[in-house]
Write a protein that binds this ligand. Structure first.
Ligand code: MSP
Length: 650
């Protein structure tokens, strides 16, 4: 549509050489929050992510486990896609550099460079860091090691094609100086200009001949196109660059290319120069964010469960993990990840501040007004301040997001959450409720709180996609798109009195820090080495490894509520208690075998990490185990003696 506001955001494409840890999930979660925020505020968004599958590093890793590179990457790419699904990543396209649509265009780009004289053939003699897929000169090395990752480098000498970087260096310097928003945050700009551009750019080696896992140079197929030229091109090949009437026309140049600070050089020097050579405009902003570190240094998968984003999301919810990542890395700096920081954030920001606000307000609406939202009639302390802050918060969130400061955006949203809690304490609703003359003021207080919670839920949508859904449901607004919209935040008092609200489950049950640390750190360590392969024989016999078995999170669960499901003879809806992990709702096919009341208090064995499903429209978040005899009789499995709910079964 003409005049439509568009927004194109990209993440780096990940190497599928290993499963991702919570640190490298950060970039994608941040890009997702940004994409969702732009959609919320009316933009037509294109959000691209994907995987960088070629190169010597991947080829070597595949060889080390005796797999064809494509078989090796297929498995990890499937894992990465599942991770993004579990973290609610709303990408519009996922590009794999092994796809035809990408490879053909990269080959054409390379030929064009050659034909227009940007590329020439010579011999490369110098250093190469395979983990970073980066060339280094002797002078650039840090004490014989890679200056970026500190690992060993290899000396290589082979015939290669070179790209004449110097042709474009002045134009690039000029662009960087004239467009201060091009490299963000600004501190990173100086690093690039002073360390790389000003000392003079050397020509870049753009092909290799000592391995074959990559895109061959079309006119000289012994040469494989340098993996960074291949990878960087994804940002335009995925849009359909070179095709008639493609997304490329609509979305290029990118608005934001989000990357970690370690790959800034590739994105602010090589990439813009390749684009200039293609006569294309440069991205508006390349944003190099800080790193999530462990207290004892760099993050790595070998640190086990505590850094596995899928384990963390399954145990603490994707929303809690997203919140933590988006809140914990301050603008332009590094953040520290520890289970302690994470649990503390869940307990303070999510359970105490947000969770309590919602549960206290809805409990009071239920108790004092039978769930019908009262009409505001009598003004009093804090009303104006709450309203002004609520109306101001969308602006401060928007301003922070326009600078990609997700942490600041959440901090300003939490000012409203905390101000709303303070409003409860100022107005003492339970005291007002004691006397009928206090009821009109009580009604106003409740109305204002519900309206403030609605503002908070709308503003939370980009950051935590699931929690607002649950809040809107409790507010009786689940199907009300208008009151879930950004536009509805320009007016205070949009929710109509008499809306039926209903308190739901707690949003974020409080966690016991010590218990979590014990359980998670005692948990199995997911080693860096690839898992031992299952032999064909074992597979045939249906044998599984201990690792496969331990993927199932079995727990003792106490049944605390049980009821039938309308129009179903077989199903019961149960609520089970899992100790510190809180309560879960589960639908079990046991109605023909147990009366609901007879189940209360039973300690059963429960599968706690099943993906939620809906059965007869009812959410089921797990499964009870039961023995089933051949005649169809059924008995729930229990523990041999009393054990606390939540105990792990292994
Ligand atoms: N394949 C290249 C990118 C090519 S883009 C054309 C690559 N892949 S990567 O898998 O090694 O890294 C992907 C991203 O994860 C990078 O942006 C990197 O900065 C980021 N992170 C890796 N570890 C990280 C943390 N501990 N914390 C935050 N981000 C981190 O580089």
């Amino acid at each position: 549509m003409a005049g439509e506001k568009t927004f194109y955001i990209t993440t780096p494409i990940y190497y599928p050489s290993n499963k991702l840890h919570v640190g490298n999930s950060y970039t994608t979660v941040a890009a997702d929050a940004m994409a969702r925020f732009k959609r919320l505020t009316g933009y037509r968004v294109w959000f691209l992510t994907g995987t960088d599958e070629h190169g010597q590093k991947i080829q070597r890793q595949a060889e080390a486990v005796g797999k064809q590179p494509i078989v090796f990457v297929d498995e990890i790419v499937a894992w990465i896609r599942e991770l993004w699904e579990e973290l609610d990543i709303s990408y519009d396209d996922f590009i794999r550099t092994t796809e035809d649509r990408h490879m053909k265009k990269v080959a054409a780009i390379f030929s064009r460079f050659y034909e227009q004289g940007d590329i020439y053939k010579d011999k490369y003699e110098g250093w190469y860091c395979t983990p970073c897929e980066a060339y280094w000169t002797e002078r650039q090395l840090a004490g014989e090691k890679c200056p970026d990752c500190g690992r060993d480098v290899e000396l290589i000498a082979e015939e290669a094609y070179f790209f004449k970087m110097s042709r474009y260096a002045d134009r690039l310097l000029d662009h960087i100086e004239k467009n201060p928003e091009f490299i963000q945050p600004p501190s990173r700009k100086n690093e690039m200009v002073n360390n790389f551009l000003k000392p003079g750019l050397e020509d870049l080696c753009v092909s290799r001949t000592s391995f074959d896992w990559g895109i061959p140079v079309p006119f000289d197929p012994d040469h494989i196109i340098y993996v960074w030229l291949d990878a960087l091109s994804n940002y335009i090949t995925a849009l359909g660059y070179g095709e008639q009437q493609s997304n490329f026309d609509l979305f290029w140049p990118a608005d934001v290319q989000l990357i970690g600070k370690d790959i800034l050089r590739f994105h602010t020097i090589y990439w813009p120069i390749f684009l200039m050579a293609l006569d294309l405009p440069l991205p508006k902003t390349v944003f190099g964010h800080g790193w999530l570190m462990l207290q004892d240094g760099k993050m790595s998968k070998s640190k086990g469960n505590v850094v596995d984003p899928r384990v963390l999301a399954a145990r603490y919810s994707s929303d809690a993990l997203r919140y933590f990542l988006l809140r914990e890395i301050p603008f332009g700096q590094d953040g520290i990840f520890s289970l302690e920081n994470f649990i503390t954030r869940i307990n303070t920001d999510l359970a105490n501040d947000l969770g309590n606000l919602v549960s206290r307000t809805l409990t009071m609406t239920d108790r004092y007004f039978e769930g019908a939202l009262p009409t505001p009639t009598v003004t009093g302390p804090g009303d104006d301040e709450l309203r002004h802050l609520a109306l101001e918060t969308p602006n401060s969130v928007e301003k922070a997001m326009s600078e990609l400061k997700t942490s600041d955006a959440l901090a300003s949203l939490w000012l409203l959450v905390r101000r709303s809690n303070k409003y409860i304490d100022e107005n003492l609703p339970w005291t007002l409720a004691k006397d009928p003359s206090g009821l009109p003021r009580l009604g106003t207080v409740i109305y204002n709180l519900i309206e403030s919670i609605r503002f908070i839920a709308v503003l939370l949508k980009p950051f935590m996609p699931q929690t607002p859904e649950s809040i809107f449901k409790q507010l009786g607004l689940e199907n009300n798109n208008a009151l879930q919209s950004w536009e509805s935040l320009s007016q205070w008092g949009a929710i109509s009195p008499a809306t039926r609200v209903a308190r739901g489950d707690d949003l974020f049950p409080r966690l016991n820090l010590q218990a979590e640390i014990r359980e998670m750190q005692d948990g199995k360590t997911a080693g860096e080495e690839p898992e031992a392969e299952q032999t064909a024989d074992e597979e045939q016999q249906g044998l599984i490894s201990i690792d496969q078995f331990q993927q199932v999170d079995l727990r003792v669960a106490e049944i605390v509520e049980a009821e039938g499901i309308p129009k179903s003879d077989k199903l019961l809806k149960l609520t089970v208690l899992l100790g510190v992990a809180g309560k879960r709702q589960v639908v079990a096919g046991i109605a023909e075998h147990y009366e609901p009341e007879s189940l209360i208090g039973k300690k059963v064995i429960f599968v706690a990490n099943l993906k939620p499903v809906k059965l007869r429209g009812v959410q089921s978040q797990g499964m009870l185990l039961a023995a089933i005899a051949q005649d169809g009789s059924l008995a729930l499995t229990t523990v041999e003696r009393d054990m606390p709910p939540g105990s792990r079964i292994s």
